[in-house]
Design a protein around this ligand. Sequence first.
Ligand code: PBG
Length: 328
Amino acid sequence: MELQFKRHRRLRQSSNMRALVRENFVRKEDLIYPIFAVEGVNIKNEVKSMPGVYQYSIDRLKEEMDEIVELGIKSVIVFGVPKEKDEVGSGAYHDHGIVQEAIRYIKSHYPDIVVVADTCLCEYTSHGHCGVVEGSQILNDPSLDLLAKTAISQAKAGADIIAPSNMMDGFVAAIRKGLDESGFEYVPIMSYAVKYSSSFYGPFRDAADSTPQFGDRKTYQMDPANRREALREAESDIEEGADFLIVKPAMSYLDIVRDVRNSFNVPIVAYNVSGEYSMVKAAAQNGWIDEKAIVMEKLTSMKRAGADLIITYFAKDVCRYLQEDSVL
Ligand code: PBG
């Protein structure tokens, strides 16, 4: 009997042959780079747990923005790190708060860059939670007004996209209503619709100084064990008017990215979070992995899972890699 089998290796014989049949790509247009704007002057602070990521005061933001433009990144997501915090996160919705001023600076000097505003309270509240606190409870409905106010102040400052990340129920509806009533009908909402209560956010909390001072975020962020619940979250955000859906984190949740991709027709965004970044940087610094190959494999897998866009601290690295030949 003759052996019968398929010769899959025919299409893998050379680098150019593999390039011909490659199905998924990472492009620089797919990337959104996070920026941390800190109150103060002459500050450029490297985040300890995130080598290569810095907090900038607005007077030094030019260095970061010039590099971003030079590398060909088209979009940034802006986080604010204020000096003062209070119980109700007033800094989040102050017209001249740190994030509003950073957005204003970027839009006036780099008008073509698409600026996404992270809309949350946790960087601005003394307790570090994403909503209004009463005793040990994180209140849902009273937080919605503050979030809508935050979104409006960010849109006024020039934000092109509002990205609410605080996981209160109804946040998309409240923000959409607030934006529409203030004349921002054309400002889209990129909802962190599917956001898990994840330990992969650890390093970000160093960068944004937003660690909860008591308890955790498990009553508002999702249980990592749940899959169907992701579709319920995504569905309600679409009904409330979300224009994009974020799944976060990315790497351990690629099944969820695929589920959401298959169920909804809006652009899907994978958030390649801080812990995913730090682990790669730490291993690379030890010489244990091939950083470029690992980063491209990770990001390509997010595209393959169905993400259209990726929010990633690797955006600058990836743009450098893309200038070279043969990235996979
Ligand atoms: C704010 C927010 C967080 C992240 C993005 N927006 C922190 C959190 O929910 O604790 C995490 C980003 C990252 O880890 O890279 N709510």
